[in-house]
Design a protein around this ligand. Structure first.
Ligand code: GLN
Length: 192
């Protein structure tokens, strides 16, 4: 199994290190040819307006959107969650238009700009999961086909829709590999 990591900007190395700890081969995605032969794709955190522009400039926006529409498992974290969404409040920035979600960017306000918290995520097992939020978005609304895996005060912070997985926080900044393992299981189901 080879997992691509969109490498235009943002927390690329952290995802790569974590996936390597799980003995998964990774490839940095910098142009459309790099998408060949991958069975999953990670969209890292960064800055979504910039990343949207870079996706367009590097001719990656439509090729990735097309692979996503055709069932490629994609895991978006933070900016990645924004890019996956079909609707972004008060913004017409470029995105992949794949998940039936409506997101609010920088959604936690100034005082909670960045924060960490232990959360219970039943899909990952009993042990609490340490979440790190950095100028994070949340999913404000989602269609019924989106499954919330973590919600807080009616806002969705981790969600899946078929082959797509989106986290408002940064799993790659912790030592906990459970969410990446969860994504790898999604890929396994897809390959079988
Ligand atoms: N605030 C950023 C954005 O809107 C996301 C921050 C992050 O990825 N840590 O893209």
């Amino acid at each position: 199994m080879k997992i691509g990591i969109l490498a235009l900007q943002g927390a690329v190395r952290e995802h790569r290190n974590l996936l390597r700890r799980l003995h998964v081969e990774t490839v940095d995605i910098l142009n459309p040819q790099d998408l060949q032969g991958i069975s999953g794709l990670v969209l890292p955190g960064g800055e979504s307006t910039t990343m949207g522009k870079l996706l367009l400039r590097y001719n990656l926006l439509e090729p990735i959107a097309e692979r996503g529409r055709n069932g490629l498992p994609i895991f978006g974290t933070c900016t990645g969650l924004i890019l996956l969404s079909k609707h972004i409040n008060n913004s017409d920035q470029h995105c992949l238009n794949l998940m039936d979600t409506c997101v609010e960017r920088n959604a936690f306000g100034r005082q909670l700009d960045s924060f960490e918290a232990d959360m219970s995520i039943p899909a990952l097992g009993e042990k609490p999961y340490h979440t790190i939020f950095i100028r994070a978005p949340y999913i404000e609304k989602a269609d019924n086909n989106v499954r919330a895996l973590l919600s807080y005060q009616n806002k969705i912070l981790l969600a899946e829709q078929d082959h797509l997985l989106a986290a408002a926080f940064h799993p790659e900044l912790t030592d906990d590999t459970r969410l990446h393992e969860y994504f790898i299981r999604k890929i396994d189901q897809d390959i079988r």
